[in-house]
Design a protein around this ligand. Structure first.
Ligand SMILES: [Fe+2]
Ligand SMILES: [Fe+2]
Length: 247
């Protein structure tokens, strides 16, 4: 893994997205309300400190060839916090309320501490996969120019995040047996199957108000999952184009 490349990329990306949040909201009241609630949940998720991830990164950083991984991970978490700030502005513009706790976010945090660090990491990766699907669907279906722009920026970053994680796990698992890799992959897929239902349950009112069906949401999650797993388990990592560039 070329960690220096990722550090440079995160640093180049280190600027706040300046959007005009004073643009009037032209959405029906129920859509506006559900969007505000849904974005507030993602805002809370993007605000995490990543303390377990840091501990893991420090452990990995003690391994030859991964000394700079904690630096890259710190920059990655800072990028997630930029998303949280952007989301907070979106929620406020919609007249919504920011939250500091929420049942599924709390359950997600408790659930991922259950087994071991691998499980924790896989839970975290599923959240990244779902984030790609969620922001892309909002970008395409919100019907609001500010949300489209903001979600477009976040989506671009999230595609980069999955590339960063794929590059790391591709390299980290290179010495593992095929059986262990297969088990890791199956466990990751299993966790995603559970989590996506929870996310749909929490955000179904928002997504359906935008015309996004459950199948549509699950299909988009599956596309993000396939792309991530292909990149993680391929012999050589291909460059992935952001969906915005392909549109
Ligand atoms: Fe994010
Ligand atoms: Fe992310």
């Amino acid at each position: 893994m070329n960690i220096a490349h990722w550090i440079e990329r995160f640093r180049e990306n280190d600027h706040e997205e300046l959007l005009d949040f004073s643009v009037p909201v032209d959405l029906a009241a129920p859509v506006r309300e559900e969007l505000g609630k849904s974005l507030a949940i993602f805002q809370l998720g993007e605000s995490g400190e990543g303390s377990t991830l840091f501990r893991y990164a420090e452990k990995v950083g003690a391994t030859s060839g991964y000394e700079d991984y904690p630096t890259a991970l710190r920059l990655f978490i800072e990028e997630e916090h930029r998303h949280a700030r952007l989301l907070a502005q979106m929620v406020e513009r919609l007249g919504g309320t920011l939250i500091t706790k929420q049942w599924s976010a709390g359950a997600f945090r408790r659930f991922r501490k259950l087994i071991n660090i691998e499980f924790h990491l896989q839970m975290f990766l599923t959240a990244e996969i779902i984030a790609e699907a969620y922001y892309d669907l909002l970008r395409r279906h919100s019907g609001d120019p500010v949300i489209t722009q903001a979600c477009g920026r976040i989506l671009k970053d999230e595609v980069g995040h999955l590339g960063f994680h794929a590059a790391f796990f591709h390299s980290w698992m290179s010495g593992w047996s095929q059986v262990t890799k297969r088990l890791w992959r199956l466990q990751c897929q299993g966790i995603l199957q559970v989590i996506k239902w929870g996310v749909w349950f929490d955000h179904r009112r928002c997504l359906t108000s935008l015309g996004v069906t459950r199948n549509h949401f699950f299909d988009r999650v599956a596309r993000a999952e396939r792309s991530f797993l292909q990149r993680t388990f391929m012999r050589r990592l291909p460059r992935r184009r952001c969906p915005i560039e392909m549109a």
